[in-house]
Design a protein around this ligand. Structure first.
Ligand SMILES: [Zn+2]
Ligand SMILES: [Zn+2]
Length: 187
């Protein structure tokens, strides 16, 4: 496979992911790195078949299991998340932040466990953008509920569907105009 050339920003994120894997005693292969890079570069969630198309070259057509194995690895190491509703993948938000400029209260190591167990996503129906939120209070609430039910929780994914701030703003003016027209003019 000819490695895809990634931007310096993506390369920095990939190097961080690499270091993270090493710390977990795992190895980031060229293939896994390329798949992760493609997911990092995508603006919206990417499906396995999209990835398969992207890594295809005239002399090499990787089989779907190759991509699935790489995705499983990236999921297991908390580098990406699967959006069940869309059957697509997004990079873990914590990977996108530079640990040196990032708020230490929300550094990757701190949130990593939370992230592996529960991930919460705000999915915009309009632009298909996905925002990951890591609120430990959600995890704590779920843990409490499961404890009461004697349910052994292994993972949870919370997917909220709606409009992001930008798309909601764009959707609003038409409604405002309609209201203005409908309201009686002031004397
Ligand atoms: Zn995450
Ligand atoms: Zn949006």
């Amino acid at each position: 496979m000819t490695p895809t050339a990634f931007s310096p920003a993506t390369t920095a994120q990939l190097d961080r992911a690499d270091a993270l894997c090493t710390r977990q005693g795992a190895r980031m292969t060229q293939q896994r790195r390329e798949i992760l890079g493609l997911i990092l570069d995508a603006q919206t969630p990417v499906g396995a078949y999209d990835l398969l198309e992207k890594i295809k070259t005239p002399d090499r057509r990787p089989a779907p299991p190759t991509v699935y194995r790489a995705l499983d690895f990236l999921l297991d190491h908390g580098l990406i998340h699967r959006i069940e509703r869309l059957s697509a993948f997004v990079p873990c938000t914590h990977l996108l932040h530079d640990p040196h400029t990032h708020n230490p209260d929300h550094c990757h190591d701190h949130d990593h466990e939370t992230c592996l167990h529960t991930a919460q996503f705000l999915i915009c129906k309009s632009c298909k953008g996905v925002t990951e939120i890591a609120d430990s209070s959600v995890l704590n609430t779920l843990r409490g509920i499961c404890r009461e039910q004697n349910f052994v929780m292994q993972g949870a994914s919370i997917e909220v569907v709606g409009l992001c701030a930008e798309c909601a703003t764009k959707a609003r003016p038409t409604r405002k105009t309609a209201q203005k027209q409908a309201s009686p003019s002031s004397p």
